[in-house]
Design a protein around this ligand. Structure first.
Ligand code: OGA
Ligand code: MN
Length: 296
């Protein structure tokens, strides 16, 4: 056993014993980490100092990497590697973005409970988020990231609700999650580039056989239902699934690498002092196929 874990939230989040992730790891260690995600879909590694190259290379051991919506845009970028997502409030010259900066406003969608990239036809699996620079605690908030356990949330639903939702699919649309916070000013062509995608509402976790809710701020309505009914169902499921008993809140330290499995979790960022730099870097692994083709 290369890794031991210390539970942070029962059956959901754990801290892994120290392992230097900047070094090349054996296939056996990678396989062990991968298995640990079955028990703990949120796993915290402390005291790492990974360059973007090292973060990319570690992440790539778990699957092909995503190039996110922001990195896919033309023009200058702060970070050189397209597979490293810029989860920061900094512009191309490392200055804190102004409150009205469009990229900042777009990225505020991360403050809504979501699972990453569920608006893509083939969504993502692991998010690996590494803290480089953090804002100090402030009256505005401390910039924690919260994670909610979608397997436990599914299990806690009444049986009659589970029967209704098991076969349903939802439409996921990144422009819907942004519309909820009043942001609509996308670069030309982006709406055409990211059309909505349909996803199963309930997925089965292959490692444990447990079912899990697949919810996200991107989910706009239920396929085949009147929009209002679907939206109301999604609102109910979201408030159920994000009750404090299902949530682990991560207080960041510089050097943390938090890895979560997007298939069985939702997450959201919390407010912080917008005048201070907050610089996190994210690599993300891609899934193999559409959720619609998964076994129910
Ligand atoms: C993400 C995300 C929230 C945060 O990186 O996918 O949603 O706290 N981050 O920065
Ligand atoms: Mn996210």
């Amino acid at each position: 056993m290369a890794i031991q874990t210390q539970e942070l939230h029962p059956g959901f989040a754990a801290e892994a014993s120290f392992l230097d992730l900047s070094r090349p790891l054996s296939a056996a260690v990678i396989a062990e980490i991968d298995t640990t995600f079955d028990a703990y879909p949120v796993l915290v590694f402390r005291d790492q100092r990974l360059s973007d190259v090292q973060l990319r290379d570690f992440a790539a051991r778990f699957g092909p990497l995503e190039i996110g919506r922001s990195a896919a845009r033309p023009g200058r970028r702060r970070l050189a590697i397209p597979q490293i997502g810029d989860i920061s409030n900094l512009d191309e010259d490392n200055n804190v973005r102004s409150l009205t900066d469009r990229r900042r406003l777009d990225s505020l969608g991360n403050r809504l409970w979501h699972t990453d990239a569920s608006y893509m036809p083939v969504p993502v699996v692991l998010g690996l988020l590494h803290a480089v620079t953090l804002p100090p605690p402030s009256p505005f908030g401390n910039g924690e990231t919260e994670f909610a356990d979608m397997r436990a949330a599914y299990d806690a639903l009444p049986a009659a609700t589970r029967d209704v939702i098991d076969p349903l699919t939802a439409e996921h649309d990144v422009f819907w999650s942004r519309a909820q916070i009043g942001f609509t000013e996308f670069p030309p062509g982006e709406r055409e580039q990211y059309p909505p995608s349909r996803q199963r509402l309930v997925r089965r976790h292959p490692g444990s056989g447990r079912k899990s809710l697949y919810l996200s701020a991107h989910a706009s309505h239920i396929t085949g239902w009147p929009v209002a009914d679907g939206r109301l169902l999604l609102l109910d499921l979201n408030s159920h699934a994000t009750q404090p008993r299902f949530v682990y809140s991560h207080t960041w330290r510089v050097g943390d690498l938090v890895v979560w499995d997007n298939r069985w979790t939702m997450h959201r960022g919390r407010p912080h002092d917008e005048d201070k730099p907050r610089d996190l870097r994210r690599a993300t692994t891609l899934d193999q196929g559409s959720t619609l083709n998964e076994a129910a």
